[in-house]
Design a protein around this ligand. Structure first.
Ligand code: SF4
Ligand code: SF4
Ligand code: SF4
Length: 204
């Protein structure tokens, strides 16, 4: 026969419930932690020379020197929503500036996270037309074609742009100059008519 009073018994039950609940909580935490750890990271547009994402992440110390050195303000930082490991590392922001391959970011990088880059051979990313491209929808825009410094854009018989994947090095001039976002901003559009995407969509 138990010597426990009704209130002792109630307290013991509560403690058992608390224990089980916290155990489940811990299991969930560790479980979710494992999922978060295993979740693939999104490929990002890195400054020139940082295209091998695994090597880049192993070397970048988030010192911000490359961003400070960029005279066109083409380098921004990855927001925390992209994950702890990638947060505050540099990524290209072609809405703000484009890259002229001055190599300043590579020169100031203290760890070799940004490797020597050859603009004729290497690529930051690749230009793609999106469904808001003015030329694709209405014609009458050839800005990216005129602006591309590497003659990587030609026009078809309807004056629609065609990207030459061999010549495009992902400099971002076309995305930077594209007016499609401005025209659609009143409906909350965030995409331009041409955007530069990482070469490998392979998740790391
Ligand atoms: S190469 Fe020059 S322009 Fe291009 S991202 Fe680096 S610092 Fe900026
Ligand atoms: S300078 Fe190099 S180490 Fe520093 S944030 Fe840029 S890529 Fe990373
Ligand atoms: S990113 Fe645009 S402007 Fe730069 S080389 Fe490619 S197509 Fe030309």
């Amino acid at each position: 026969m138990s010597n426990e009073s009704p209130s002792d018994e109630r307290n013991n039950k509560l403690s058992r419930r608390t224990f089980v609940a916290s155990g489940v909580g811990l299991a969930l935490m560790f479980g979710l932690g494992a999922v978060a750890k295993a979740a693939p990271r999104q490929a990002l547009l890195r400054p020139p020379g940082g295209q091998d994402e695994e090597t880049f992440l192993s070397k970048c110390i988030k010192c911000d020197r490359c961003r400070s050195a960029c005279h066109t303000s083409a380098i921004g930082i990855v927001p925390i929503e992209k994950g702890f490991l990638q947060a505050r590392t540099p990524m290209m922001k072609f809405h703000i500036g484009s890259c002229d391959f001055c190599n300043q970011c590579i020169d100031v990088c203290p760890t070799g996270a940004l490797k020597p880059f050859d603009k004729q051979r290497d690529k930051i990313g690749m230009a793609y037309l999106t469904d808001v491209c003015i030329a694709l929808n209405y014609g009458a825009c050839t800005l990216c074609y005129s602006a591309c410094p590497y003659k990587a854009i030609t026009l078809d018989e309807h004056k629609r742009p065609i990207i030459d994947e061999q010549k495009c090095n992902g400099c971002g001039v076309c995305e930077n100059i594209c007016p499609a976002l401005m025209m659609r901003s009143y409906v909350g559009g965030k995409v331009r008519g041409v955007e530069i995407r990482p070469i490998s969509s392979k998740e790391v």
